[in-house]
Design a protein around this ligand. Structure first.
Ligand code: GLY
Length: 363
């Protein structure tokens, strides 16, 4: 089993371990007991997972004589809203959970985000633990404490930075996931490599087949390297006032694309893959990223089987959408751009002409 530490020692020590391995789930109950992580536990999961991983974790915990209940909601991003959040919070109170109770978020990004937000707000904050079950959640969203729900007018509008007490990453839970799901997470892993770690970039390139075939040993290494990157960034800038912004590489264009296509045509990972291609071109056109580095970036995205082309959306509409981005400062879009593979810069401006040309060229 691998351990990555995320150290956050401002004020109260909120550091936590990320445990990575195969069949880690079996070890969770004893570890919770040994570390005294709660007097009662509530597993929150979704309708797809309740009868499988949910049932298994419940029975493993009961075997250790831990007091545990389970709640689930309808699977899918559409459930990440205030109504489902309200129902969950009411249920926690009905179940008489108290300030020593601990939530276990068992699922992908949606489960992690909503359960973390429930934990952040129930009785002004109780402990929670992440047990991610998608590649995207294992390499990204289960780490770093971004928790939120969506409003009908925008994603992740109501939320908090609220760190889990522990993250258990069991790569055996990824077995059987469809290729599209793996690509969804792989896109974020490629992003981490591009912004921070050329060695990870080469690792992904070399081991792509094994990743796509969900080879456990390869996934443990992939996840470990990604967790290290994410932990280092979060340690130095927990609330995204500086360095953490680089995690938004590909997301400015990617979010606009998701909005303009109604969140139905592309998975998040596919949208940010296209976003990285367009933002790579912007960096190339303003003269900070060489043709060769851009070619390498796009080559890996393509090799993975992720899309690299924008659909035929009117360029002016696209630029208007970019202006609504959370990262707009004084009316100007701020991009995260690459200088080379493994090095990114945040807060970079590009002229509208360059943005438009890059969009046009990427269709
Ligand atoms: N997923 C981006 C972040 O955690 O900051």
């Amino acid at each position: 089993m691998e351990t990555v530490q995320l150290n956050l020692k401002k004020g109260k020590d909120r550091s936590y371990d990320i445990l990575i391995g195969s069949r880690i789930m079996d070890k969770i109950p004893l570890d919770l007991k040994r570390n005294n992580l709660g007097n009662r536990y509530l597993i929150i999961t979704d309708s797809n997972l309740e009868g499988t991983h949910g049932k298994r974790l419940l029975s493993l915990m009961r075997k250790e004589v831990l007091s545990v209940s389970i709640l689930s909601f309808k699977a899918g991003e559409k459930s990440k809203n205030l109504k489902v959040y309200g129902k969950l919070i009411e249920k926690l109170h009905e179940l008489k959970l108290d300030r020593k109770s601990t939530i276990i978020a068992l699922g992908g990004g949606v489960v992690g985000d909503i359960s973390g937000f429930v934990a952040a707000t129930y009785m002004r904050g109780i402990n929670y633990i992440q047990v991610p079950t998608s590649l995207l959640a294992t390499v990204d969203s289960s780490i770093g404490g971004k928790v939120a729900v969506d409003l009908s007018t925008g994603k992740n509008i109501v939320g908090a930075f609220y760190q889990p007490r522990k993250v258990y990453i069991d790569v055996s839970l990824l077995k059987g996931l469809p290729r599209k799901e793996i690509l969804n997470g792989l896109s974020e892993a490629i992003k981490h490599a591009l912004i921070m770690d050329k060695k990870l970039f080469n690792f992904i390139k070399k081991n792509l087949d094994n990743v796509l075939h969900i080879d456990e040993k390869t996934l443990i290494e992939l996840v470990r390297r990604n967790c290290n990157i994410k932990a280092n960034i979060v340690e130095s800038d927990e609330t995204e006032s500086g360095l953490r912004k680089i995690l938004n590489y590909g997301h400015t264009i990617g979010h606009a694309l998701e909005t303009l296509t109604g969140y139905s045509r592309y998975s998040h990972g596919e949208a940010i893959a296209i976003g990285m291609v367009v933002e790579g071109l912007i960096a190339n056109k303003i003269g900070i990223l060489s043709d060769e580095e851009l070619r390498q970036q796009n080559g890996l995205i393509r090799q993975a089987g992720l899309p690299t082309k924008l659909p035929n959306i009117n360029t002016n509409r696209f630029v208007d959408e970019l202006k609504k981005d959370k990262k707009v400062v004084d009316g100007r879009t701020e991009f995260v751009l690459l200088r080379e593979i493994g090095k990114a810069e945040y807060g970079v401006h590009a002229s509208t002409e360059i943005i438009k040309k890059s969009i046009d060229q990427s269709k």
